[in-house]
Design a protein around this ligand. Structure first.
Ligand code: NAD
Length: 414
């Protein structure tokens, strides 16, 4: 699936849901229209003394429920359309988890793997200078996503604070803890995802003890998903990153793999494992498949070959709409992205609250609140799915659309 297809996939979910909820033309139009979009060109001085121009984007999709919120992605494969699609997903995700936040997303077209730390810092600060009139605490709040991390969030927060002449913790979440970050944020997306997997396993009658797991992507979300698997009594058999995957029937130890990846830059060649491709990983006969890399990896071309009982979308948009229908008709339980990976934005919201009241909560407090919040969302979606006889994604979209529209109507926008 092309990145631009993600937008049509998201819009098709909105259309389906609009049909189920019998929405009018104006309501559908407002849901399908992004509110504000900014495209910027930013000059960055490279280590060789030359200046390179980078293209960046920020899309504020809908702010009916509150200030917009969403990550910043550093990746070559970016466009205004892909950022728009991810901003729409954020809007429905925040609504689903009943957060007082709208949805946004941003990105810069670049390959951070080819850039030095100094160049990455200059790019991060330059991006903030280019968009700072457009974003802000209480207005539009940034966060990490693919190829961005707490250090980058720290630079962005510092640059924004310099521009506005005061400390502005609230411009960014996912910051280092010493700079106003929240305990538990790094693992929040994966932990929240595992809480939803536990619920899904109950509903399909899968015993989690010794259940086998395959994970695509070994960055923040994929690594933490692998690390946390043992806390849920599961065994990770296969993992992959952009360079390919590995499998071991004996099971893999997440921390050992991570140490090797930090040193060698890839998972390949880990002792007592066999190499597999990313495609083979997706088609393994495992109990739980966790796509935790990029969008569009399960399409109509490979959906019939997926054999997992549960697919937990920790990545955003990993399954195309046609593939989603195939998985559903094959009895595979898909936990939709806006439900499954909502732990990240839930704890980001807790970080915003802590920043506002100048407090730092303990990891135990944050995790307990995350658990309560995501389980409540899961139960709402499961109940609606049972009552309306629709799949979990459709139920999730119906719930969040109702909330979003209620706010839109109370504001008098339609
Ligand atoms: P990351 O940059 O930390 O990691 C991305 C991983 O995906 C890397 O290991 C990379 O090698 C791998 N990858 C890239 N292209 C690949 C390919 N073609 N095949 C296999 N692996 C590939 O990013 P992340 O923060 O872990 O985000 C991963 C996904 O989770 C994204 O879809 C992101 O939008 C989503 N997400 C992240 C968060 C968060 O809190 N970070 C929250 C919600 C959703």
């Amino acid at each position: 699936m092309l990145l631009t297809d993600l937008l049509s996939t998201v819009q098709s979910y909105i259309s389906r849901c609009a049909c189920d909820l019998s929405l009018g033309k104006n309501e559908i139009e407002i849901l399908k229209s992004p509110q504000r979009e900014l495209q910027v060109s930013l000059p960055v001085r490279m280590d060789n003394g030359r200046t390179t121009m980078f293209q960046g984007f920020r899309v504020q999709y809908n702010s009916a429920l509150g200030p917009t919120k969403g990550g910043i992605r550093f990746h070559l494969d970016q466009s205004l359309e892909s950022v728009r699609a991810l901003a729409a997903l954020m809007t429905w995700k925040c609504a689903l988890h009943d957060l007082p936040l709208g949805g946004a997303k941003g990105g810069v077209i670049c390959n951070p793997k080819d850039m030095s730390t100094d160049e990455t810092e200059r790019l991060s600060r330059g991006f903030i200078r280019a968009i700072h009139y457009f974003v802000g605490p209480g207005k539009d709040v940034l966060a990490p996503d693919v190829n961005t991390n707490p250090q980058i969030m720290g630079w962005m927060m510092d640059e924004y604070s310099r521009l506005v002449g005061k400390n502005a913790f609230g411009i960014v979440t996912g910051k280092p803890i010493i700079l106003g970050g929240s305990a538990g944020r790094l693992q929040a997306t994966s932990l929240g995802g595992w809480y939803t997997i536990r619920e899904a396993a109950r509903s399909v009658g899968l015993e989690l003890k010794n259940a086998s797991v395959a994970i695509q992507g070994y960055g923040n979300v994929g690594y933490n998903a692998a690390r946390l698997a043992t806390s849920f009594d599961c065994r990770v058999l296969a993992v992959s990153d952009s360079k390919g995957g590995i499998i071991s029937q004996k099971g893999l130890i997440a921390e050992d793999l991570n140490r090797k990846k930090q040193i060698n830059g890839s998972l390949k060649g880990f002792p007592e494992t066999t190499s597999i491709s990313n495609q083979e990983l997706l088609e393994l006969n495992v109990d739980i498949l966790i796509p935790a890399a990029l969008e569009g990896v399960i399409t109509s071309e490979n959906a019939e070959s997926i054999r997992a009982r549960i697919v937990a979308e920790m990545a955003n948009g990993p399954i195309s709409q046609e593939a989603d229908d195939i998985l559903f008709s094959n009895g595979i339980h898909v936990i939709p992205d806006i439900l499954c990976n909502g732990g990240g934005v839930i704890v980001s919201y807790f970080e915003m609250v802590q920043n506002l009241i100048l407090q730092q909560w303990s990891e135990r407090e944050v995790i307990s609140l995350l658990n309560r919040k995501i389980l409540s969302s899961y139960a709402d979606v499961q109940n609606l799915s049972n009552a309306s006889k629709v799949d979990m994604r459709q139920a999730a979209y119906m719930l969040s659309t109702k909330r979003l529209l209620a706010a839109i109507k109370m504001k008098g926008w339609v």
